[in-house]
Design a protein around this ligand. Structure first.
Ligand code: CP
Ligand code: NVA
Length: 302
């Protein structure tokens, strides 16, 4: 088989997802027990960032080091990418020197171009359209807390953004139903909605969308790159805050997730992150374990 990339969840099968999640859970248990792994010994991960990051940078850089490899942080401000060197040329050159590449950027077609010209696997570490690495961590977290998400109902509340669109792909891959609650004008991509209409229900009221839900997710109302729209978005999303009162309308045992960074007083209240509903801290930590499993998979070590 040729080079495997991970640009969206479409790049893996349900069986491969299960392999990656089970490996992530094993790596987590073994790390806690002090078991060391060298499955990526001497492998170099190129890490291209055109947007800010805390979790993604730390989890990839720590993750490759824990597997015996090395992470190379490449900010667009400090490379020729920031001065206009074409993506095609950058991808050819960097991929001739590293073993695997992750890219956080703006338009989704930039990671597609990276993948087209790269000699090594390319991982999408967030674009304006998708954030599939976060979904690996979220699926791992649900699996650990509540078991297999197949047949469950997940409710997305907020912006129809890169995270929401990743949940649409996850609904198909994991076989769950997705309720999407967005204010008018902030829905996900129309084509993506149409292609997955068999497993999506759309609502405009959080209360209606959360009933019968097992897993509730939200995200910032203003994603990176949308800063100029912040005030307009605050007005549009005013009634979309997730609180314990809202969570109480979901099924018993429903969990709350947020990819972070979170903005208390906006998409969430001050207390939900530390409420009994919340699994956000496990979700954040699982970025580390899920991406270690993903790197092993893409490097043919799984
Ligand atoms: N969730 C997530 O991707 O966080 P960072 O932006 O901090 O990497
Ligand atoms: N939707 C957010 C996710 C951050 C991890 C953004 O794109 O900024």
């Amino acid at each position: 088989m040729g080079i495997r990339h991970f640009l969206t969840l479409n790049d893996i099968s349900p069986t491969e997802l299960s392999t990656i999640i089970q490996r992530a859970i094993t790596l987590k248990t073994e790390r806690a027990a002090g078991v060391l792994h060298k499955s990526c010994a001497s492998k170099v991960l190129g890490m291209i960032f055109e947007k800010s990051s805390t979790r993604t940078r730390v989890s990839f850089e720590a993750g490759i080091a824990q597997l015996g490899g090395h992470g190379l942080f490449l900010s667009s401000n400090d490379t020729q990418l920031g001065r206009g060197e074409p993506i095609e040329d950058t991808a050819r050159v960097i991929s001739s020197m590293v073993d695997i590449l992750m890219v956080r950027t703006h338009k989704h077609d930039i990671v597609e171009t990276f993948a087209e010209y790269s000699k090594v696997p390319v991982i999408n570490a967030l674009t304006d359209s998708y954030h599939p690495c976060q979904l690996l961590a979220d699926i791992q977290t649900y699996t650990e807390h509540r078991g297999n998400p197949q047949g469950k109902t997940v409710t997305w509340i907020g912006d129809g953004n890169n995270m929401c669109q990743s949940y649409i792909k996850a609904a198909r891959l994991c076989d769950f139903t997705l309720n999407i609650v967005c204010p008018e004008g902030y829905e996900p991509d129309e084509t993506l909605l149409a292609e997955n209409s068999d497993r999506i229900n759309q609502f405009t009221s959080p209360i209606e969308g959360i009933i019968h839900s097992d897993w509730v997710v939200t995200d910032t109302w203003t994603s990176m790159g949308q800063e100029k729209e912040k005030q307009q978005r605050l007005n549009a999303f005013n009634h979309f805050q997730v609180t314990e009162e809202l969570m109480a309308q979901a099924n018993d045992g429903a969990v709350f997730m947020h990819c972070l960074p979170a903005y208390r007083g906006m998409e969430i209240n001050d207390t939900i992150m530390d409420s009994p509903y919340s699994v956000v801290w496990d979700e954040a930590e699982n970025r580390l374990h899920a991406q270690k499993a993903l790197m092993e998979f893409l490097l043919g070590k799984l």
